[in-house]
Structure formats: structure tokens, C-alpha cells
Design a protein around this ligand. Sequence first.
Ligand SMILES: [Zn+2]
Length: 68
Amino acid sequence: MGFLDLFGQWLEKRNEKRIEFAKSQGTCPECQGKGVNLLGMEQYTMSTFYVCSGCSGSGSFSDWVETN
Ligand SMILES: [Zn+2]
């Protein structure tokens, strides 16, 4: 087993944990329930808020499941 395989497994485990946590909280794992994602360097201005594509802005885990 190579290093990349191990790294891939680690990432997968990490992602699973993130999703499990989000599920227990009932929040979208992509935006942590905020409904928006921050993009780019100017993350302190409102113009860089984007409606989360995972949950369509609702921030709920069930909506995220539907779109994924
Ligand atoms: Zn979301």
C-alpha cells in the first residue's frame, strides 16, 4: 500500500467524520448550517457570500442529503 492510498483513506475517514458530525447536529456539512459559503480572499465583505450549493441555503442536513 502506497502513501497516496493511505492519504486517500485518511481523507475519506476525515470526511466521514465531518459528515457524521453534521448529521448529529442536523446541519449541512458544507456550510456548517450557515447556508452560505465564503469564497475568495475578501471574505469579510458581504459580496463574497454565496448561497451554499449543498443545501440551497437552508443549512439543514436533510437538504444536503437530497442534493448529494
Ligand atoms: Zn449548506
